[in-house]
Design a protein around this ligand. Sequence first.
Ligand code: AMP
Length: 220
Amino acid sequence: MRIVLVGPPGAGKGTQATRLAGKLSIPHISTGDLFRANISRQTELGKLAKVSMDAGNLLPDELTIAMAKDRMQQPDAESGFLLDGFPRNVSQAEALDELLKTEAITLDAVLDLEVPEGEVIKRIAGRRICRSGSAHVFHVSYSPPKKQGVCDVCGGELYQRDDDSEETVRKRLEVYHTQTEPIIEYYKTQGLAVTIPSLGPVDEVTRRALEALEREDDGK
Ligand code: AMP
């Protein structure tokens, strides 16, 4: 399957993407994770990414599209992928459509994770992620690790993202509303967007997402 996951910061995209990709045996492709990996390796791209990310801004389209395209063309993504955080504006969505067209493939669904704005701030303030780059995500009160500061899955160090400060989150939300939300309409006109309430237990949200994907698959 080829799936796009959309939602505001704190909607649980990373958490759900890891779970869904695991269940569907497809790679989880997160442009945010790819940028963070470059920051850790201190590459030129990483230096550029850090400035935009810390300010809550998007990275330039050309650069982001090239990076996402390169990742989608890796052998493990041949029979499907789950895109998390890409596309993030209409130009990126159009570029993705072009790429899919060239490869004669199509998207199966676009899952729009919906969460009230007040909840977003609470979720992000307590969010801690694993430094190993493996996309394991915890929350100090909603899903605390067994040992404080240590990833349950791989033992990596947990840290708070620099762009998870309240000021940056407000900017990221504004960017989401102005630039990313329009892609939901874009995909609705293609009959691909499905809205999933991302509230309640994590398992429950995964179940809703899997059911929605099954419905989309049956409808084809
Ligand atoms: P995320 O981990 O998806 O929340 O992304 C973190 C940050 O990485 C964003 O706030 C942007 O600065 C940058 N980023 C991630 N994906 C994209 C994208 N598709 N286009 C532009 N910037 C992105």
